[in-house]
Design a protein around this ligand. Sequence first.
Ligand code: PMP
Length: 366
Amino acid sequence: YGPSYVREIAPYVAGKPISEVAREFGLDEAHIVKLASNENPLGMPDSAKAAMTAAAAELGRYPDANAFELKAALSAHYGVPADWITLGNGSNDILELAAHAFVEKSQSIIYAQYSFAVYALATQGLGARAIVVPAVQYGHDLDAMLRAIEPDTRLIFIANPNNPTGTFVEGPVLEAFLEKVPKNVVVVLDEAYTEYLSADKRYDSIAWVRRFPNLLVSRTFSKAFGLAGLRVGFAIAQPELTDLMNRLRQPFNVNTIAQAAAIAALNDRPFLEKSATLNATGYQCLTDAFDKLGLEYVPSSGNFVLVRVGNDDGAGARVNLALLKQGVIVRPVGNYGLPQWLRVTVGLPEENEAFIAALEKALATA
Ligand code: PMP
């Protein structure tokens, strides 16, 4: 059944759930450490839990299809009119909506080698043509991406910081790139990890949205805000873009509980600051350990780090299996063309320690 471009899609590989690993390896769930999906190790903020409980009383009714309160909160927070915002069922939904809203089957989409897997899925799901631009030092080569633009190109995906490599493009470099992209090409700037950026790396992409009518900034509540399970993402762009995405969007794509929790999380500054600080310390701990073990890693601006665990193409899968047997779940990235590497999410201090101890054993035995 179905068109060949759908049959050719390789399914998205998500982090293994704790319950599955417990069953498969005969382990106690309580002792399993999951550092595989770039989630916030603190879990949900208490403020969001309270908001969810209150919202549960409303579940007999449909959600607010236009998410009036959440959009008002986002609008106030980011200083843009409410109609510059489109909500998604996670930011994956935003990425896919953007592809469907701005690109036809006969046209092309550009993204970088080693960039987020959903860009390929969104492109293939349309039957559109992917132009994959080789990475430089595991990150985006924006000059090459500009050169790759063809007459039929309608969209460019850029993740900053990038997943799975953690690489980061400095604000002024990105701004110069946006100035050069033709206005009939939409740039989706995927900032899923932006809240983790250190102060010296921050830039004002919302100001760029006012300047560039072809720019769409994508954000998520799944990472620093701690709401991955609720599935809330959003896009900020000028209404010419958001209007099209809103027409395509499923009317109730963000549920009642998720809308309420997102408002609470958005306004919970202390939680966000605590998350960023915990991440910075945890990142230091992981990379110090990699240095000691003599392991190469890609310096990361996100809440995860890509580490090379061997020099043969079986290394990632082998070390991953040895870690799973010890109850530590990380992410193999062979599907990204990085079979010698593993991506590990920064966890709580004790989780980072457990991972490092397990990694040392895995390297010695695997
Ligand atoms: N963009 C990037 C770069 C990501 O790493 C992720 C999460 N893996 C997403 C988007 C999607 O996250 P969500 O759908 O949970 O918002």
